[in-house]
Structure formats: structure tokens, C-alpha cells
Design a protein around this ligand. Sequence first.
Ligand code: GAL
Length: 376
Amino acid sequence: MLSSRPPMGFNTWNTFGENISDAMIRETADAMVEKGLLDVGYRYLVIDDCWSKRQRDPESGKIVPEPVKFPNGMKAVSDYVHGRGLLFGMYSCAGVRTCADYPGSFDHEFLDAETFAEYGADFLKYDFCNRPAAADGPLLYKRISAALRASGREILLSACNWGCDEVEKWIRSVGAHMYRSTGDINDSFASFRDIFMSQRDKFAYSAPGCFNDIDMLTVGMYANGNVGAGGCTDVEYKTQFAIWCMFACPLMLGCDIRKLDGFCLDLVKNKYLIRINQDEEARTPMCVRSEHSGLANVFVRVLSDNEYAVMFLNLTDHDRRCWFTLEDMGITASSGLCLKATDVFTGEDAGTHAEFWQMNLPAHDCAVYLCRAVKA
Ligand code: GAL
């Protein structure tokens, strides 16, 4: 199965926008390997919008790579990426033009899927701008899905219709492997808070084979790049990454990997959070406590191997006491059980918790534990 677990990788858009090139893709591939990101699961290197010439080739009708950005063509870039042990991703759009006004795949779906297969693509992000007014949105995703399936390569379909047409209800049937459910993220706390809140009650549609994609991460951007906005603090990046992991979202890094180091590099390589994100059962977290208009929460996720992930999440702008009772997650007082916890951020033993578990959390912060229910 192409997406039995949430896909992990890197996408050019958040930082680079139209400033993409053969050299920066190769450097990014090198950095993904050298910084240990491939080792922990980040496999896809995806080139987003702005990679092609403004017009199709008049004779073949094909989309053509922009020769100044990609002087060696796209197959050479793909070969390099594959040579580093990574997988290669491309971008197109269901409309006649992409969002940044390059050729889109409308009415060229089968030709373009063949072209991407010739490049050796393993992944296609498929956007939703500039479609003819009469075109049926779901039908356009059916077409590209069929075209990819006919291309002779296994190509993961990353649908990006921003949540239109109640996407979660039909996109799995169409054959997509992940689906953007929201508008575009920018590098600010408010942006990822609002994106998460818009999907908080829709994650039950996300499961092995097709995952809810709440956009590329901004972790590590610190206000630099195409969707830079004001940037986030380390605490906010920690919370962003923990949310994406807890809710089994695709982990597509959006910062400049070549410059990623220190706190954020350690964060995106956190083995406990990745273990939660990639859990084979991909169960939706239970909300066991929700206060302050749903911004202060405790979530419990049932994991494989009789483990639980517990997340205390404070998305309000004030310090909060977050709490829940074990009864809320189904562990009765009479069971004699308590939760034995490991703090995922420190890897340290976080003690045992019976009946009632509470903590004070600063604004925008979270705490996440891997737990087992054991006899007290
Ligand atoms: C948007 C999409 C972004 C990015 C951009 C490229 O529609 O949501 O993630 O792909 O287009 O122009």
C-alpha cells in the first residue's frame, strides 16, 4: 500500500515558492540524508508549483521544465534524488493553469501522468486553481487518479482542494492517498491553530490508505521564506509538530532543510512523536476534555501494542490548568489501573497517574506522553 502510514517528506513551497532550482533540490536531498531525516522516515522530496515553462511544448503538448531553473531536465533531478535513497514528488493542478499561473493538467491528465512517470515521479501533489467553471471538482480528481494508475508507475496522489466539496467524504473513494483539507498555512501560531481547529472534528475520515493533510509544516522556518509571516517560537513549533503527529497528519517539512538544525531538527526527528504519527492503526484521538471553546484540551489516542498517547494541549493565549480523569478514557477506578507515562519530549519517565491527571501549561504549549495502563 502506498500510504499505509502518513507520508513523510519535504515540499519546496513554504520556503522557496518560485525560487526553486536543480541545485537547491540536490542540496536539499543531500541535507535530508546527512541530517538523518531519511533514516527516521522523511522519504519524499516534492517540487511544488513554478517548476515548468509558462507554456506547454507546442508540438508534443507536454509540460516542459523551466530550463534556467532545471537545465538538466527533470529526469536528472529525479535520478539524483533516487540516488540518495529518497522518493521524488512533482506538482500539477486540476485547472487549466496552476495557482502561480503555469500550465495545469485540465484535459491533459493522461499525457501529464505519463510525463511524470517518465520523470520517475513517486508522488504528485494536485492543486485546484483555475478550473473551468463548469468542471466537477471530484471528477477532476477521479481523472488524475485514473491517469496515475494507467501511467505504469506507483505514484502517490496528494490531492489539494483545500477542503472544498466536503472532500473528506469522497476523496478516499477516488483513490487519493492524502488530501489537503484546509487553506494555506503560514508561519504563525494563529495559522496552524485555526487550521487544526477547522479539522478537529473531521479526523475520523483519516485512516491507512488516505490521510487528512493539514498542510506542510512551518517548523524551523522562523519567518523566513515564501509563507514566512511572523514566525513561531520554539514552544509553538513544538506544539505544531505534536499536533501533526498526534492526529496522524502527513509530515511534510516546509523549512529550508539545508539550514535546519538545533531545536527544530531534534524536534522533527523525535522518535516518540514519529512513532505516534506512524502508528499502524492510525486511530483518531479521543477528546477526553475540552474547555475554553475547544482551545484547551486533552486527547488520548489508542495505539497499537497496548500503548496510549496522551496530549495536553493549550491553544489559548493564557496559562491553563489542563486535566482529565482516567474514567474519561474508559479506565474505571475499580480497575485498579493507572497510567505509566514517558514524556515524549525528554524521553524521561513521567511517573504513574491514577484517577485524575492534571498539569499547568503555558499559553500555546503542550505536553505529550506515551503511556501504558498498569496495575497501581
Ligand atoms: C496553493 C496550495 C499551496 C501551494 C500553492 C502553489 O493552492 O494550497 O500549498 O501548492 O498553491 O501555487
